[in-house]
Write a protein of this length. Structure first.
Length: 349
């Protein structure tokens, strides 16, 4: 009888971020433009966001991703042929159906042939996407240098950027070049899981195969917002709603703890927390149980950017490193939610 095969797990890979590149839409003042999106602009202003980025009508996700990627490559003096892998994480609708956004970026960069991966899991994809780069390096020793881009470009036809939830949606991209063996900004571990019960919570009902065309007269300006979707989902079941809201934070702590276990660390080893660009109160709700003061989070940066989907955490990491707010050797926890998915990645600066 032939004994069963046993798989040999790949050795842990060491890779670090060697360069960042950022690209944003044009700055817009929240207070000055809120009335263009909602009938009660004071509610939006009270969220605390000052500025958001709106891309010009002819600039879409691939354009933002390309601009950010080129800046990261230029910082290292690299060309497309120096890359072994291109990974794109996107958190809004694609420019075209039936087209691979990672392939579109690779073409813009000048590739004739390369390995690509497209992640579409929403706002958390910019966090757990680093894991897919590291795991590819672990399984493919020939992959030495990778480009990872997280991009968000709101389709205002489908989504009202000021009526989804308590954050202003924004257009931006963050690109990082990861190199095997790079000693700074090292990926340490990632933890993620999905609870699929509420995967429809923030869906757009029109534009897919079920309902390709919206009803006559429909527009995102008048369509029900995210809070209405929550009320519709839970109805009068206040217990279920409270459980959902509580789990939003407890699950974040679970994935951060899980990433710590994978990296051989504990909560007290975390020096900084970077969450979605949310309100200071929401960021503090995650940071406080971890023992991280609000001053060591993205709370100060978020009001000037708005919520850039999958790009939030990498934008904040890049800017805090550039400002010297994160010191060499500090452990940074990146974490996020994609409606039904929680993810956390630890990076050592």
């Amino acid at each position: 009888m032939t004994p069963p095969r046993t798989a040999t797990p790949p050795a842990a890979v060491q890779c670090g971020i060697a360069a960042f590149g950022l690209a944003f839409g044009e700055d817009r003042d929240v207070a000055a433009t809120a009335a263009d999106y909602v009938d009660n602009p004071e509610r939006v202003v009270n969220w605390g966001f000052r500025t958001y980025h709106r891309a010009p009508d002819d600039v879409h996700a691939t354009g933002l991703a390309h601009a950010a990627a080129q800046r990261a490559l230029d910082r290292l003096g690299l060309a497309a042929e120096d890359l072994d892998l291109v990974v794109v994480a996107t958190s809004d609708l694609p420019e075209y159906a039936y087209r691979d956004g990672a392939a579109a970026l690779a073409r813009e960069l000048g590739f004739e042939r390369t390995q690509t991966l497209l992640l579409t899991e929403g706002c958390g994809a910019g966090v757990h996407g680093l894991y897919y780069v590291a795991s590819t390096m672990a399984m493919q020793p020939e992959v030495e240098t990778a480009l990872f881009v997280a991009v968000n470009r709101v389709s205002e036809y489908h989504r009202n950027r000021m009526n989804l939830f308590s954050a202003v949606l924004s257009d931006g991209a963050a690109a990082v070049v990861l190199r095997r063996g790079h000693g700074a900004n090292q990926w340490l571990a990632t933890e993620q899981f999905t609870e699929p019960e509420h995967c429809d919570l923030l869906r757009v009902d029109f534009g897919g195969t079920v309902s390709p065309v919206p009803p006559e007269g429909w527009s995102s300006r008048e369509a029900p917002g995210g809070h209405e979707s929550v009320r519709r989902q839970f109805g009068n079941d206040s217990v279920a709603l409270q459980r959902f809201l509580t789990n939003r934070y407890t699950r974040l702590l679970e994935v951060v703890d899980g990433a710590c276990r994978r990296a051989g660390l504990q909560r007290q080893d975390i020096d900084h927390l970077i969450y979605l660009n949310d309100s200071a109160a929401s960021i503090e709700a995650v940071a406080e149980p971890l023992g991280v003061p609000l001053s060591r989070t993205n709370a100060a940066l978020a009001p000037g950017h708005g919520h850039m989907g999958a790009a939030d955490q990498l934008v904040s990491l890049a800017q805090q490193l550039e400002r010297g707010e994160i010191a060499s050797g500090d452990v940074v926890a990146l974490c996020g939610i994609s409606t039904d998915r929680w993810s956390a990645t630890l990076v050592r600066a």
